[in-house]
Design a binder for this molecule. Structure first.
Ligand SMILES: O=C(O)CC[C@@H](O)C(=O)O
Ligand SMILES: [Zn+2]
Length: 530
């Protein structure tokens, strides 16, 4: 059986042809307008000043002209359409109405902008690559968008220690290429890598597909440069791995989603590039067996196990339909697993993974498997997993839940929600798109090795009769298992009102006090998180 798995030539199956997705706004086409029913938009706070031509004149005096995009409403010349990509998230789900986008090139300029906005009571939303999924990086109303995209320089790289110091607006994939040429990798990787910024990753405390091996950004980030709402620059660009001098303030900004300060620089430890990487996709008959395979993978592969991802048949159907991909497996399965090993000794790693695959097949835990034979196949297998969110977005209006739940019960919530929808005659499993029921798919995928499920429900449109079936049920379900309502996507606007399902009143109170300490006027990314 081992040979059957190992010698399978994926090339012959003409596996997958798509490149990794670069997240771009899906456009104002199909689902625009439908999303407006998806979330509750809080009223605009009257505490914030409405921008005037005088404000624009001030920004023109402190910033180069080409870094300002202002609409005629405030005396500028930009066509409002030019601001579209800044006002809406990439799924075109959350949409604001900003009339001004500022794209500073230096930390000093960020500081001057914030100082002015703070003095004047002007609300600001910081924006990186705008690939977030919870409405955290776009304005809710008319907040000024402060985009970090012009701050994209690598400041230094120490090849001995692997410590990278860079501007916040550097694109994750470009950093990966840069350190890759120097025999290192970034400690995080995610589907949006072609567009997302490292500063946004840190602000959101992004997880992604390397989490299992390299852990949280709270461990990899060594230092940050942060501009506070009053313009103060907190220069904590440490490159030290050990520093026990009191409170570690940078940790507060990791995962703060731009509500406490704007991250302008990042110092991050990059691990050595593994010289031997193997990836296999497995067909698994049940969720129970997905877990058994994980247990065995941890036992057999130990520290070289670098990713353990899963998705269900509905996700597979969507990804195959909407991407130019073919399954590497001979038939369909209820579940699929992508397993990756990364190490430094090819023979050793091949042997470990080969033995694992053989055992999984022999034990009947896995029914089919395909092992990538070269880097192209590795990247195509990853495309299959990483292409899921985009393919679901193309299927319909997608409700997204990103939850941490103990692994043994992690997939139960998918079944429970499907059953509730079915009972309400809103969904019928196995039904083809175009049918009578408004819900098309209820599916689960994600970083099972991290206990992180992405539960996605795809419907014809967002509508209350659908939403009410699983909201707040999904949050109650997660809370009852002592899970987290946000594993890695953050809180943003989407989950602000639900924070109480994962944090006690006392903790929320202290979060608000911290927000108030850093941003007493509340100008920074208002309406989000707390
Ligand atoms: O869109 C989603 O729900 C998940 C996106 C991302 O975190 C992933 O793991 O692919
Ligand atoms: Zn994810």
């Amino acid at each position: 059986m081992f040979a059957a798995v190992r010698t399978r030539t994926i090339a012959r199956t003409s596996l997958l042809r798509a490149a990794r997705p670069v997240y771009k706004t899906l456009g104002s086409g199909t689902h625009a307008g439908l999303f407006s029913r998806y979330y509750h938009k809080p009223a605009r706070s009257t505490a914030f000043k409405v921008l005037t031509e005088g404000d624009l004149r001030h920004f023109k005096s402190i910033l180069p002209a080409e870094t300002i995009l202002a609409t005629p409403e405030i005396g500028g010349t930009a066509d409002p359409i030019e601001l579209d990509g800044f006002n809406a998230d990439w799924l075109n789900k959350y949409r604001g109405n900003s009339q001004l986008v500022l794209r500073p090139k230096t930390t000093k300029e960020v500081s001057e902008i914030l100082k002015y906005c703070n003095d004047q009571g002007i609300a600001v939303v910081p924006q990186g690559g705008n690939t977030g999924l919870v409405g955290g990086s776009v304005p809710v109303h008319d907040e000024v968008v402060l985009s970090l995209r012009n701050m994209n320089k690598i400041r230094s790289y120490d090849e001995l220690s692997g410590i990278l110091v860079c501007d916040a607006g550097c694109v994750l994939e470009e950093l990966g290429n840069y350190v890759g040429e120097r025999d290192h990798i970034m400690p995080l990787d995610l589907g949006a890598k072609g567009s997302c910024h490292i500063g946004g990753n840190v602000a959101a405390n992004a997880g992604g597909i390397r989490f299992l091996r390299y852990g949280t950004l709270h461990g990899s980030v060594l230092g940050l440069e942060v501009v506070l709402p009053d313009g103060t620059v907190l220069d904590n660009m440490s490159t030290l791995r050990k520093d026990n001098t009191g409170y570690d303030l940078k940790q507060l900004f990791i995962g703060s989603e731009g509500t406490l300060g704007i991250i302008t620089g990042v110092s991050i430890a990059t691990p050595r590039k593994p010289s031997s990487v193997n990836v296999a996709v497995l067909g698994v008959p049940s969720y129970e067996k997905v877990q058994q395979a994980f247990k065995l993978a941890r036992r057999r592969c130990g520290e070289i196990l670098s990713a353990y991802e899963f998705w269900d048949a509905s996700c597979m159907g969507a990804v195959l339909k909407h991407h130019d991909l073919k399954s590497p497996l001979s038939s369909d399965f209820p579940f699929y697993v992508l397993i990756e090993t990364s190490g430094s000794n090819k023979d050793h790693d091949d042997e470990k993974l080969g033995a694992l695959l053989e055992e999984l097949m022999e034990e009947g835990i896995v029914e089919d498997g395909a092992l990538a034979q070269d880097e192209t196949q590795i990247s195509r297998m990853w495309s299959m997993r990483e292409g899921i969110p985009e393919s679901l977005g193309k299927t319909g209006a997608t409700y997204k839940y990103d939850v941490s739940i103990p692994i043994p019960v992690l997939y139960d919530v998918v079944g429970d929600i499907a059953a509730r929808l079915e009972k309400a005659s809103l969904f019928k499993p196995e039904e083809q798109p175009g049918s009578d029921h408004p819900v098309k798919l209820v599916c689960g995928y994600g970083h099972i090795g991290d206990g992180n499920l992405h539960l996605n429900i795809v419907a014809e449109r967002f509508e209350d009769r659908v939403t009410n079936i699983f909201e707040p049920f999904v949050y109650e379900w997660v809370a009852s298992h002592r899970g987290s309502i946000s594993a890695e996507h953050g809180v943003g606007l989407m989950k602000r009102d639900y924070l109480g399902y994962s944090k006690s009143p006392e903790m929320i109170d202290y979060m608000r006090r911290i927000k108030n300490l850093f941003d007493p006027k509340g100008i920074l990314n208002p309406y989000k998180v707390v």
